[in-house]
Design a protein around this ligand. Sequence first.
Ligand SMILES: Cc1cc2nc3c(=O)[nH]c(=O)nc-3n(C[C@H](O)[C@H](O)[C@H](O)COP(=O)(O)O)c2cc1C
Length: 477
Amino acid sequence: MPNKDLRDWIAEIEAAGQLKVIKGAEPKEEIGGILDIYQRKMGNPAVMFDEVPGFPKGHRVLANILTSVPRINIALGLPPQGSEMDLIRWWRGYMKDAPSHKPREVNGGPLLDNVAEGKAVDIGKIPTPVWHEHDGGAFIGTACMVVMKDPDTGWVNYGAYRIQSQGPDVATVMMSPGKHGRIIMTRYHERKEPCPVAVVAGMHPALFMLAGLEIPYGKSEYEAAGGILGEPVEVFNMPKTGLPVPANAEIAFEGFIHPGDMIQEGPLGEWTGYYAGGSRPEPAIRIATFMHRDDPILLGAIPAVPPNDNTFYLGAYRCGAVWNQLEAAGVPEVRGVWAHEAGGSRFWLTVSIKQLYGGHAKQAGFVASQCHAGAYSNRWTVVVDDDIDPTNINDVIWAMCTRCDPREDVDIVRGCWSTHLDPMCYDGDSDRRNARVVIDACKPFARRDSFPAVARSSRELDARIRTKWARDLPEGG
Ligand SMILES: Cc1cc2nc3c(=O)[nH]c(=O)nc-3n(C[C@H](O)[C@H](O)[C@H](O)COP(=O)(O)O)c2cc1C
């Protein structure tokens, strides 16, 4: 049995009613414009674009991929109808005891249906959208894997770093400081050697999901992906660089980044919903080999005003990570963590706890806003009681409105870890720090038993009514 590939996932989401096919949209603005509408509303399907003007029928683009819990569940091999909290619990378990399989090398695969080398390379054969109106060009790599090998240890890393098409055989890659790809590239350049690189732009979404997660330095994303897929990932070693790429990928190319070879890159609308990063010179990839399947599918994960393709799937993972780190820090009785999608998985965190002692809520809020998984680019951390569902923003705001005394319960924390992509990081601060707020929206611990009773059915009455009156109640709650 060959590995599951992107086409298997597409068949599964189609069977679950989670795919829309649109024909005839052109890639300069219409594909991006249509996706902007699909991304804005939760519950919308993934969108496949076919019959793109100027390209052969069958050369497709697929985006809005992981903006729904059922589609994420299908990618991870979980029951499609599992809830958001089930998904968060799954990530918690995965992080504590992640299975892994070493990749298996194979001599060929569907990726090699079409191979071009040297002057024959033309990545423009793939319909590549300008994803938003004000982008600096077409980006072939958004939901992509950028594969590199450490020159000293032979460790293979892959990460999702955006790739802009810059010509038939040249592209740029944007790797922020500290990203593993950038560390590896610098190692080659310090020896005055070109850095070999391979880019994969269409693969099973489980492989892509891991590309965007901070898998620790020295650990293999391929092994982790094998663990999620339940079998070794079959990889093909590219001819010029020897770098492994999934043998059933849709599109891949390899080449070299030469020291000092930079090309103006960007801008690209970002996950925060702004163009804060601008345009600047970034490393050029001179492409030696380009491969694609027959009827290739370019996979897109488009950053934009949240909820967006780029961050939505990261939310459940981040909640699981923050929850585990709260527990590891000794914060008891955490009942849920939620990263609201409007914050791109980072700017907003809600933590629900069963209060055990005075100061418990404040402890949970400060730890969540500063633990490793929660600290980067946070702005609001809100702690609520365990009767509040942290995924229900209406109830969270209600708690903030009615259980919070701003004199005592709102703390501003200054000088925290952020990024230049945060439009409110300190102006002129080379460290890109920010300020954030920790809100205790729990009932005051000392008054918890005398606090006014909640004017809502008890859980018991609610369960009785739902059973007896199911037929007459509104759908979905
Ligand atoms: C869709 C998507 C696009 C991303 N684009 C970039 C990017 O252009 N540059 C970057 O440095 N990080 C980007 N990231 C974040 C990195 O992929 C993430 O930090 C990942 O852990 C990097 O891999 P590494 O830990 O092996 O360096 C992106 C993440 C996602 C999900």
